[in-house]
Ligand binder design. Structure first.
Ligand SMILES: N[C@@H](CCC(=O)N[C@@H](CS)C(=O)NCC(=O)O)C(=O)O
Length: 331
């Protein structure tokens, strides 16, 4: 019965990996792959941040979809002629069809497409960032951080599991719940986990160790959308992000770190959620608030120490073609 259906995130169908040893037939070869994202999507946002932090912009090119899907899903209407200039396609679904003509499942971002053949390689959002972080050795920029350090992987994986269940996916479980009970459960677990992280982050700058890791990227992608979307649209409204002091300062710290805030397009984020999910927002009206200029206010997280990039350095500015609009009120 539709009324009682639990929100279920479908597993990625295409799980080939792009690796240094080409174990699945896809070598980590620069200039070959196109990372297709929506700036709205938190799962895609992770990959965009990782690519920036690691300096893989030249190695893996970026395609940005219209934040509003139509009945044929993600489309390249932001590009001249409505086609991705590298792949020559109007819809991401064409790359899925090139890979598997009979595929009739969902078309999701992030997706990595093999540009020469036009075939989708993977839409496995959990693996895409891990492989970006570990399989592109010679292609990382000088000063790139180790986002998935070997000696911290167990801890990162454990944090990521809890954050995925209760926060990254938890906000969707709350927002798309069809029963009061399921909403209540998602809401309770979400805020219990946020309270736990609020305590954890009040004495340490980052989630694991004293540097930025994969765990921070995953949490940030949800927190940055919290007040603009999840608080109202998904009814995650016990507390705003701005009312959780450590989490709010942590989020601002990351936002102001090169590679994070410069991937965020709040206009794409808001229009996507409020206009696409007409089941929960039938008028498709996009709220004017909240005030986004607060993202630029000082965070004072340096006082906790930490070495954002470990022995490395921050990335330079994004390529011109990938710049996001400045926050409202920015000079
Ligand atoms: N591939 C995963 C995660 C990525 C994901 O959910 N992306 C969203 C955008 S935030 C999407 O593309 N949804 C469209 C769809 O799955 O049809 C999934 O299908 O659940």
């Amino acid at each position: 019965m539709a009324e009682t259906k639990e929100f279920k995130r479908s597993p990625a169908h295409f799980t080939d990996r792009i690796t240094a040893d080409a174990r699945d037939g896809w070598p980590a070869e620069p200039g070959r792959y196109r990372l297709v994202v929506s700036r709205a999507c938190p799962w895609a946002n992770r990959a965009v941040i990782s690519r920036r932090l690691l300096g893989l912009e030249d190695a893996v090119s970026l395609a940005i979809t219209d934040p509003i899907q139509d009945e044929k899903s993600w489309r390249f209407t932001l590009d001249p002629g409505g086609r991705d200039p590298v792949l020559g396609i109007a819809y991401l679904g064409e790359a899925y069809a090139a890979r598997e003509p009979d595929y009739d499942g969902g078309i999701s971002v992030p997706a990595v497409v093999d540009a020469p053949s036009g075939r989708l390689v993977t839409n496995d959002f959990l693996q895409i960032t891990l492989d970006l972080a570990t399989e592109w050795g010679p292609r990382y920029r000088a000063g790139a951080p180790d986002l998935y350090p070997e000696d911290r992987r167990d801890e990162i994986d454990a944090v990521n599991d809890a954050v995925f269940r209760d926060i990254n996916n938890g906000v969707y479980r709350a927002g798309f719940a069809h029963t009061q009970e399921r909403y209540d459960d998602a809401y309770t677990r979400l805020f219990a986990r946020l309270d736990e992280l609020e305590a954890r982050l009040s004495t340490r700058r980052y989630l694991v160790g004293d540097t930025i890791t994969e765990a921070d990227i995953r949490l940030f992608a949800t927190l940055v959308r919290f007040d603009a979307v999840y608080h109202g649209h998904f009814k995650c409204n016990r507390t705003k992000l701005t009312e959780m002091p450590a989490l709010w300062a942590y989020s601002r710290d990351l936002f102001q770190t090169p590679g994070f805030g410069d991937t965020i397009d709040f206009d794409h984020i808001k229009r996507h959620y409020y206009q696409v999910h007409t089941g929960i927002n039938p008028t498709a009206i996009v709220p004017k608030g909240p005030d986004l200029s607060v993202w630029r206010t000082p965070h004072h997280r340096e006082d906790l120490g930490g070495r954002p990039f470990g022995d490395g350095t921050p990335p330079g500015p994004p390529p011109e073609a990938e710049r996001v609009p400045a926050l409202p009120g920015a000079a």
